[in-house]
Every structure is written in C-alpha cells, then in structure tokens.
Design a protein around this ligand. Structure first.
Ligand code: FES
Length: 164
C-alpha cells in the first residue's frame, strides 16, 4: 500500500529531472557559442614589407629577420606566388636553417628536415620516421613591387638561440 495519493498525470507538478536540466543547459550553450565567437574581436592584420620582389631569387628561401628579432623564410615561387614560413622548428623550437645544396630546411638541434614550403620531410635523428607538424606558414601578398607578410596570422616566435 502506497502513502502517496493517486494524482492524475495532468495534475502532477512540472518537475524537471536532472537529465532534462542538463539537456536544457547544453542546448543553451550550443546556441550561445556561435554568438560568442561572432562577437570576438578579430586579430587585426599586420602586413609587413619584407623586401622588393626582385630581391628574391625564384624558389630560394630568403631569411628575413624582423625588427623584433623574429626570423622567417620567404620564397618567391613565381612572379605572383610567394610563400613565407616560420623558422621555428616544430619539434622543440630551435631555429631551422636553409641548406641550399640539399634544398631543405634542417634543424641544427635534432636534425628534423622541412621542405621550402614548410612541409615536414623527416623527424629527428633519433626518430627519423616521426612525422612532425609542418613549419607554420604566413599569408603573403605582393604590393607595389614589395612582398608583404601578415605577421598577425601566425605568431612568429622570437629567435631562440640554438644550443651549441
Ligand atoms: S628542435 Fe628541431 S629537431 Fe628538435
């Protein structure tokens, strides 16, 4: 025998279960997240001239040291196509260097290699088969005969001295 009186379902008070409350909160978050990201301030572009286009030898990465000590490599592939990559190795952050004879970037710390496009070619000397992330690339544009790089798109780390 039950002590609770029999109440018709339509007369029962509206009590949300814990699961229903969580579902409602989750649905609200799903609706609010796009709104929050839409109102976030976009990072302003920081187009920076890195040299006259004619100064860049085709398909040869040129080391560019910025005023704050940041280092990147800029490659003019064709008259209208330019790529720029960070010099920061994606293994542990040493500064890679361009090896003209081998046409690749090589990291002096542990031997990782990257193509001129920043694509990882090999891992470290100990783990050459390891696949590392590519060197971050930066947007580029040609303007009034100069090559410009948007430094806001991918932060270029300040130069970190490589261990001797
Ligand atoms: S930091 Fe470049 S291979 Fe380790």
């Amino acid at each position: 025998m039950s002590n609770t009186p029999d109440i018709a379902p339509e007369d029962q008070p509206d009590i949300l279960s814990r699961r229903e409350v969580l579902k409602t909160v989750a649905a609200g978050l799903v609706l609010l997240l796009p709104l929050a990201s839409a109102t976030a301030k976009p990072t302003p572009e920081q187009w920076t001239a890195v040299g006259k286009s004619a100064e860049f030898v085709a398909n040869t990465p040129k080391k560019v040291t910025l005023a704050d000590g940041s280092v990147l490599y800029v490659t003019r592939q064709t008259a209208a196509t330019v790529i720029a990559v960070s010099s920061k190795c994606t293994h542990k952050g040493c500064q890679v260097g361009w090896k003209p004879g081998e046409t690749k970037f090589e990291c002096p710390c542990h031997g990782a290699a990257f193509a001129a496009t920043g694509k990882n070619l090999s891992g470290t000397m100990r783990h050459p088969q390891e696949i590392l992330p590519n060197l971050p690339s930066l947007p580029t544009r040609l303007k009034d005969g100069s090559i410009e790089v948007d430094l806001a798109a991918v932060p270029v780390e300040k130069r970190r001295p490589n261990p001797e």
